[in-house]
Design a protein around this ligand. Structure first.
Ligand code: NDP
Ligand code: GDR
Length: 338
């Protein structure tokens, strides 16, 4: 039985990847951080579902600690390692740039160093991001598009990308970078815009919340479903040779377009009034959406849209969910919770 080790298992992608690999018959080992409280509804989900019965094991560890990383890899002896661990909230990375860099950049180096010390045959997946393209220099973005990150998070991910390429070339290890565009699901962290919008609008529909405060309504994102994207991660490590791949849908929506799609699905009528930070959304003359400067970023990624031709050709990967099915999946989850 193949053993895998997932750093960042308690995150959105960690959950989908674990489920996917367990189905494939893998023995899955996941690393979680020690917290004063059991950390989230996602850990509760992990503990209370199929993971209990199958070959799934949780270990405490932290990618900011070299020894912890080294010892875990030594003890578990995985065939594949997926590095999903990161401070992944872009907005926060402006306030905690050192912590972000330590986890998102140096964390990757710590894993790579451990691999070359312990066993160079371990395959490695690095969770790269479309945020590396930042202020995009071409449209759409491919594996060849130069990076221009716009946040400490993006900069840290660029470091991780290149150190992964460098270790691949220097030590001939099987290391891949996924350059993943935004992907969402019911397990998305609550700060991210899709989850924030859907959760709030569902609550507004059931009169459990009055208003939703957002920031920039006009940035554009290429949104996919996490369930599709974790399959691409696995496919990269099953390819004949290690390589880097853009994973996206090739379709783009603004935040406002996303909100309008959610409102339509929830059958909430909307009228937009005002411009810029003063723009507001009204339903039956009641303001339910407002913008606040608090939610704006010092530097923004205005537009992002990828081209997954390489993944389609080499990995035979394509997204199965479209924007509507992502929204429906997320709404169903919130409504069940309410
Ligand atoms: P999440 O934020 O949901 O999950 C991040 C995971 O990393 C959590 O399990 C978190 O643990 C863990 N983590 C954070 N810091 C550390 C640390 N110092 N040591 C060990 N674990 C740590 O992210 P996603 O699941 O959405 O994303 C997975 C990866 O993919 C991340 O690296 C992200 O940057 C990257 N990515 C995500 C995209 C997306 O749209 N979702 C797109 C492109 C890249 P805890 O639960 O304790 O906080
Ligand atoms: P992003 O995702 O920064 O693209 O990073 P996020 O959902 O946080 O923001 C998307 C866009 O929405 C705008 N926005 C708001 N964002 C948040 N979070 N909250 C708001 O109130 C709000 N109002 C408007 C943002 O300005 C932005 O333009 C995600 C993360 O998962 C990263 O880890 C990952 O690498 C990239 O996607 C690809």
């Amino acid at each position: 039985m193949k053993k895998v080790l997932i750093f960042g298992v308690t995150g959105q992608d960690g959950i989908y990847l674990s489920k996917f690999l367990l189905k494939k018959g893998y023995e899955v080992h996941g690393v979680r951080r020690r917290k004063s409280l059991s950390n989230s509804f996602r850990v509760d989900y992990i503990n209370s579902t199929i993971f209990k019965k199958k070959k799934f094991f949780l270990h405490f560890g932290d990618v900011t600690n070299s020894l912890s990383v080294l010892n875990l890899i030594k003890k578990i002896k995985p065939k594949e390692i997926y590095n999903l661990a990161a401070q992944s909230y872009v907005a926060d990375s402006f306030n905690i740039p050192k912590l972000t860099t330590n986890a998102d950049a140096l964390g990757t180096l710590r894993i790579l160093e451990s691999i070359i010390k312990i066993n160079k045959r371990i395959k490695f997946y690095q969770a790269g991001s479309s945020e590396m393209f930042g202020k995009v220099v071409e449209i759409p973005q491919t594996e060849k598009t130069p990076f221009y990150p716009r946040s400490p998070y993006g900069v840290a991910k660029v470091y991780s990308h290149w150190i992964t390429v460098n270790y691949r070339e220097t030590y001939k290890i099987f290391a891949c970078n996924g350059i993943l565009f935004n992907h969402e699901s019911p397990f998305r962290g609550e700060n991210f815009v899709t989850k924030k919008i859907i959760k709030a609008l569902c609550k507004i529909k059931f009169k459990k919340q009055k208003k939703l405060f957002l920031g920039n309504l006009y940035s554009k994102r290429d949104w996919g479903h996490a369930e599709d994207y974790v399959q691409a991660m696995w496919k990269m490590l099953q390819n004949k040779y290690p390589d880097d791949f853009v994973i996206c849908t090739g379709k783009q929506y603004s935040i406002k377009e996303f909100i309008n799609l959610v409102l339509k699905e929830l059958k909430i009528p909307i009228k937009w009034k005002g411009k810029g930070i003063k723009e507001k959304g009204y339903t039956n003359n009641k303001c339910i959406i407002e913008c606040s400067k608090k939610n704006l970023r010092p530097t923004e990624v205005d537009t992002i849209i990828g081209d997954y031709s390489k993944a389609r050709k080499i990995l035979k990967w394509r997204p199965k969910h479209d924007i509507k099915s992502i929204i429906r999946d997320m709404i169903d989850f919130e409504i069940k919770n309410i």
